[in-house]
Design a protein around this ligand. Structure first.
Ligand code: ADP
Length: 408
């Protein structure tokens, strides 16, 4: 079964192409036949398409950007024909899977795309103004190129958190908020779910028997508390701004600060939005970058603000892990994933140090190696600590495979 996956983010559009043969899904994530990524530069006036094949060949092309949906269409056309030779025959594609960021309360599992689903994705763009339109653009580009009958599957980032209990998803504001859709939804669900399943697989344990906290630490950061294979608490909320301190997002802060700024400065709603989403977090505090690598380099040169940004990030992570711990009532496995979680031994070590009282202890040599899909806790630790390479695209491809198998 040949599956194309489109995964649209705020500043990139990723895609992967899998060829699954045999009667069952492979246990270890396979390499896609090729993967491609469109990156938009900061001013969004140009876009670069990079394609990498499983053999390591790389192809790159830059465009003058008109709109994200036009760029997506153009990039897909390049993959189809052009000189990339990536897809020789579009008819070879059996299913296209899409990551859709917001499924609201309507979509608690993956679904086949039809007119009603597209209308819901458009309606829910009110809650995810950057992502849902990009996801819809991907769906419509496929329809345009391959025809409206091409089977497409929407896999929702919010779906894994659909089982949060009311005490975890209701905000302690006005009761009427619930009816207006103002509640915790949680995000990064595809990644959290994948990591929980992969952790159980690596440890050779039944997922249902494990209490896990998964730490997705990329540009956006969130935690999930997972029991019986379900997310029962998470840090992102109504929007992906809630919870942990992130690369350029503030995470949770006293809402009184927002009222104060709106009342006592020339801050408008739009400026506040920009400040909290794009100019806060590691970038806002360090004044250097949203990228932890640059913060770490500045710390090595004794930059105080970089050190403060690092310390705040760790403090926020520890505090929220503590909160997830209380929701779970115990912990068997702590998982680190995404850019920071997979690559920063320093963040992992500083975070874990606070949980020594649980009997959690790291094998420092393992932590400092390149421990992808490995257990980095020492043999005597009461909590296993795993570093897992998140594979959202593979997870979406698996969903497509399952949906197709069910309907055949
Ligand atoms: P996104 O949320 O955009 O998918 P990623 O999961 O790719 O983000 O994570 C990107 C972040 O990961 C970077 O901004 C950087 O902070 C961090 N990162 C990537 N590589 C390293 C590294 N070697 N050491 C420390 N941090 C890293």
């Amino acid at each position: 079964m040949k599956i194309l996956v489109l995964n649209a983010g705020s500043s990139s559009q990723k895609s992967s192409f899998y060829d699954l043969t045999g009667d069952a899904l492979p246990i270890d994530p396979p390499e896609p036949l090729w993967s491609a990524q469109i990156d938009w530069n900061d001013r969004e006036d140009s876009a670069t398409l990079k394609v990498k094949t499983a053999h390591g060949e790389v192809f790159e092309e830059s465009y003058r950007s008109t709109s994200k949906s036009a760029d997506t269409l153009k990039a897909l056309q390049t993959l189809w024909s052009g000189n990339t030779q990536v897809i020789q025959n579009p008819n070879q594609i059996d299913i296209v899977g899409h990551r859709v960021v917001h499924g609201g309360t309507d979509y608690v599992q993956s679904t086949w795309v039809n007119a009603e689903v597209k209308a819901s994705i458009e309606r829910l763009a009110e809650f995810a103004p950057i992502h849902n339109p990009a996801n819809l653009a991907g769906i419509e580009s496929i329809e345009q190129i391959l025809g409206a009958d091409t089977p497409q599957v929407a896999v929702f980032d919010t779906a894994f958190h659909a089982h949060l209990p009311p005490a975890a998803y209701v905000y302690s504001g006005a009761y009427e908020w619930l009816a207006q859709g103002i509640r915790r939804y949680g995000f990064h669900g595809i990644s959290h779910q994948y990591c929980a399943q992969r952790a159980a697989q690596i440890l050779d344990r039944d997922l249902q028997s494990l209490k896990l906290i998964t730490c997705h630490l990329g540009n956006g950061c969130s935690l999930a508390a997972i029991r019986d294979g379900l997310s029962i608490d998470t840090t992102m909320g109504f929007t992906p701004l809630d919870g942990l301190m992130m690369g350029s997002r503030s995470g949770s802060i006293d809402p009184g600060i927002l009222i104060h700024l709106l009342r006592h400065s020339d801050c408008t709603v739009d400026r506040l939005d920009h400040l909290l989403n794009y100019n806060s977090g590691l970038l806002g505090i360090s004044g250097i970058s949203n990228d932890l690598r640059q913060i770490t380099a500045a710390i090595a040169k004794n930059n105080d603000r970089a050190q403060l940004a690092f310390d705040l990030f760790v403090h926020s992570l520890r505090a929220h892990i503590g909160s997830m711990l209380a929701s779970l009532g115990g912990l068997d496995v702590l998982v680190f994933t995404a850019g920071i979680g997979e690559n920063s031994a320093a963040i992992r070590a500083a975070t874990c140090e606070a949980f020594g009282f649980l009997g959690l202890s790291l094998d420092l040599a393992q932590n400092n190696s390149e421990p992808i899909d490995r257990d980095i806790a020492d043999a005597n630790s009461h909590v296993r600590v795993l570093v897992i390479h998140t594979q959202e695209d593979w997870s979406i491809a698996q969903e497509c495979y399952r949906m197709a198998s069910k309907s055949s």
